[in-house]
Ligand binder design. Structure first.
Ligand code: NAD
Length: 513
């Protein structure tokens, strides 16, 4: 890899800040294989914050609608040659991208920690998962046949089927898993032969700007220009992308409110659409569960990434016979969590990503107070509970890992996605009741079942409405398994073979035998 990319960096705030200063192309967009200077051509700006301190890391200009147009023209021009490459050729580009990311592993990890606040260990999992995703779709691209024969009952006829790329795609991602949500879209889109406009979240631009460096380097090594364009921007850029006449498909991950707008915007020109939206996933703990193991699964399911996970298991449904014993252990283990700087090795939970997310979570603390919910641990100004405001770092966007027990299902905290480290619990008597409680949500993204009886858990899993169910595991997402929910959790599936199909359309050719 070229010496222009940062190697041998120090995985510390200082080391990564140096990378930002020397390597990251602020005030730039990656369009048609080149870095385009935004400084003089746009008025919109974004500040990038370090969530650990609330300090500004950098200030950057954002794209305008004109840049979206430039990128759409570039992606449109690149579509014909890129879509005509073989699956094996696309696989070799995807593997080259994965190799280059592997070489920049610590840099990508550090930029995620600096810009998102997550602990190093979590960022390492993210970058590894993203790399695995590019390699997985390389394998699928290489294995897929360009054309197959379809058997028919009609004599004297031949029928052929091919899978064609959908076209130019607008990929819009959120801030909670930079690199990962990008990989879930970019890898299958490229494997399918599509060209893309990628819009990272304006909150966490740094990791995807580094991806731009990697792609720029690959362009210099023969990766076709215009196939991937990266557009730093906020809502206006996302809206311009989804409305643009050269865009054939929109793939969006984010909140339900914005997802609905995106769907309306993409209706212009009848664009294909995939939406990965919110969740309020249940974790059911049966009476036969090991309490220690259950606590680990509950804590991992809600406090990883400070609860900013679409599939966070934020509603605990526990059998009444073990509820009190479990609550005691859960409280003790939650109070032992080390909250702090993502760069510190001991940190188990970092800050929230932004001041906006902090006020969102605090809003729910206030609602909990209004609703007189029972706070087991955490919350705001929760007195003698450890990890109350008083024991948190005094700068940055920190909140305490929080649990409210015996929350009525009518509560807003039970029903709404908080997107922070806040768990609500209730108890049940019979399996049927647990399933009914789990399914009583507008969302249906994921669920976890904890039980010593695998057969019973599997029977319950068949009745829980969710796209992904873990039994005695939590939050493991493999590239081979399709991802997405039912109900308002979205439209379509990412990952797995479904994830590739989301960027393809079938074409049939019929002729005499
Ligand atoms: P968000 O909806 O605020 O923003 C998502 C992206 O949309 C950002 O890049 C943003 O700039 C862009 N955007 C904003 N307005 C737009 C518009 N009008 N047109 C086009 N793009 C626009 O979401 P967020 O706060 O970044 O992320 C948190 C949300 O994402 C949560 O609701 C979470 O559940 C969801 N999420 C879902 C999944 C999943 O797989 N289902 C994964 C991660 C996050």
């Amino acid at each position: 890899m070229s010496s222009t990319l940062a190697n041998n960096i120090q995985l510390t705030r200082e080391g990564i800040s140096q990378v930002v200063a020397s390597e990251i192309k602020l005030n730039s967009a990656f369009i048609d294989g080149e870095w385009v200077d935004l400084g003089v051509s746009t008025e919109e700006e974004a500040a990038l914050y370090d969530p650990n301190s609330g300090d500004v890391i950098a200030q950057t200009a954002l794209c305008s609608a004109d840049h979206v147009d430039l990128a759409a023209q570039a992606a449109s021009a690149a579509l014909a040659p890129w879509s005509q490459t073989t699956g094996a050729q696309r696989a070799s580009y995807l593997n080259a991208l994965a190799d280059a990311m592997q070489q920049q592993f610590d840099t990508l990890v550090g930029l995620s920690v600096l810009n998102n606040g997550k602990p190093i260990a979590e960022a390492q999992i993210d970058v590894s998962d993203a790399i695995a995703c590019y390699r997985y779709y390389a394998k699928l691209a290489a294995a897929q046949l360009a054309q197959t024969t379809v058997a028919t009952n009609e004599p004297g006829i031949r029928l052929y089927k091919s899978l064609e790329p959908i076209g130019v795609c607008a990929l819009i991602v959120p801030w909670n898993f930079p690199m990962v949500t990008t990989a879930w879209k970019l890898a299958p889109a490229l494997a399918a032969g599509c060209t893309v406009l990628l819009k990272p979240s304006e909150v966490t631009l740094l990791p995807e700007l580094m991806l731009g460096n990697i792609l720029s380097n690959l362009s210099n090594m023969g990766f076709p220009k215009g196939v991937v364009n990266i557009l730093p921007g906020a809502a206006a850029v996302g809206a311009a992308m989804t409305r643009h006449p050269l865009i054939d498909k929109v793939s969006f991950t984010g909140s339900n409110g914005v997802g609905e707008k995106v769907m309306a915007q993409a209706a212009i020109g009848a664009k294909d659409i995939s939406l990965e939206l919110g969740g309020k996933s249940a974790i059911i703990v049966r009476a036969d569960a090991d309490i220690d193991a259950a606590c680990e699964l509950i804590i991992g399911g809600i406090f990883t990434n400070a609860g900013q996970i679409c599939s966070a298991t934020s509603r605990l449904i526990v059998h009444q016979d073990i509820a009190q014993a479990l609550y005691q252990q859960l409280k003790a283990k939650t109070m032992q969590l080390t909250i702090g700087d993502g760069f510190a090795e001991a940190t188990q939970m970092g800050p929230l990503v932004s001041a906006a997310q902090l006020s969102q979570v605090r809003k729910y603390f206030a609602i909990a107070k209004d609703e007189q919910l029972e706070c087991l641990v955490g919350g705001e100004n929760s007195g003698d509970n450890n990890h109350s405001e008083a024991s948190l770092p005094d700068s940055g966007y920190f909140v305490a890992p929080t649990i409210y027990t015996d929350v009525p299902t009518s509560s807003r905290l039970w029903q709404e996605e908080i997107f922070g480290p806040v768990l609500v619990t209730t108890t049940y008597q019979h399996d049927d009741e647990a399933i009914q409680l789990a399914n009583d949500s507008n969302y249906a993204l994921a669920a976890t079942l904890v039980s010593a009886d695998e057969e019973k858990a599997l029977a319950m899993a068949a009745r829980v409405r969710a796209g992904h169910i873990w039994i005695n595991e939590q939050q493991i997402v493999l590239p081979e398994a399709g991802w997405g929910g039912f109900k308002q959790s979205g439209i379509g599936r990412e990952l797995g073979e479904d994830g590739l199909a989301a960027y393809q359309k079938s074409k049939h050719i019929l002729l005499p035998a």
